[in-house]
Design a binder for this molecule. Sequence first.
Ligand code: EPZ
Length: 429
Amino acid sequence: MEQYVINGGKSLAGEVTISGAKNAALGILAGAIMCDEFVTIENLPDVSDINVLLEAIAAIGAVVERVDKHTVRINGGTIHTEMVDYDYIQKIRASYYLLGALLAKRKNATVAMPGGCDIGLRPIDQHLKGFRALGANVTTENGFIHAKATHLRASHIFLDLVSVGATINIMLAATMAEGQTIIENVAKEPHIVDVANFLNSLGANIKGAGTDVIRIRGVQKLHGNTYSIIPDQIEAGTFMCLAAATKGDITLKSVIPKHLEAITAKLVEIGAEVNEYDDSVRVCCNRRLAASTVKTRVYPGFPTDMQPQMAAVLMFGKGTSYIHENIFENRFKYVGELRKMGAGIKVEGNSVAVIEGIEKGNAAIMDAPDLRAGAALTIAALATEGQSVIRDIEYIERGYEDFDQKLRGLGASIEKTVVPSGKKKSKFA
Ligand code: EPZ
């Protein structure tokens, strides 16, 4: 068990290079197994979620060659089973993308049912609805999902709700289905577009990604290629919030400013200065920021994955802020941790956080409840004088590559240490 030990209160400044997008990479790695030739994927983030999915892909028999920390070659031609081991789904939900990919490639797939998780129930009914519409027989028994089809046929699918995962999973399955499949009410996040662009680079025929309707004309076979993953919108947004909360001056390199528009707009609205360049963004702040109301929406609205980090900024804002979480039903578990720092934050119902801004917080010992909440606690601790400790940082390292190193590069006093045995959390904590 490791922890961050942070001596906060400094204004962070300098340059940070943003890694590849985790949530694009997960869909892309799954898509790569549909090809019986080598696919080279570059700009992979070196984070545990990616490394676990690569293990799952190797476990079903694909060739997985690590070229370097950020580059992998995959060849799905040697896959020998359509059964994904339970452990992998247990470790990362996104292993369920192998359902869509194996269904497309082998017309057969078995993956353990993903549990709920720290931010909500997260059912996958829309994924299964799409597979059934394409002609698959989908059953669930003993905690496993079995999807089989004699052949996959085109369909016109209307998603009941906008879902990133269902959009990607159904797009994967439809890539090799006969005829033209239309999927409506789809998610439009940058990572959806990146997965579609990746599949098209292998010879797929997918149009409309990034709009409300995706059209996929199935192909028999995919060919190898090399593809570089887009920069991570949420990692970038996290560092933008860090500059705002610590009254710093941070330049983010290797970003796509358009993907950050909702985050930029909100930070500018509360008084931060944001300058956009071709592939970088600079965020400066030299004053106490204003309060605001944030409502999480599907892209291009304010991303739910940035909601905790924005709370860490608004906890120091001048006045009362409101955060409406409209995507997940349990995404405020960080509130209790921020209150340990003296944050004037509380949750009303389970979808609105009300924040009475404070000028200064108190250093505290906190526990990261999930990936983005852990990032938010780190921001708040770095903005607060004194020594704070954040435990359960394995959550954070699922989605942020070299997080402590990148923070030290900006002048942060942060060390990663092993939790002293006597200090392990009591299970009744
Ligand atoms: C993806 O999760 C991301 N994960 C999440 O990021 C992100 O928060 C989320 O999209 C929303 O942007 C990955 O890409 C690996 P959804 P996903 O399906 O696909 C409900 C992070 O921090 N729903 O868009 O699971 C669902 O319960 C993670 O990197 C159904 O009801 O999200 C939720 O309330 C956290 N039935 C809403 O839709 C379904 O079949 C949106 O979920 C599918 C989803």
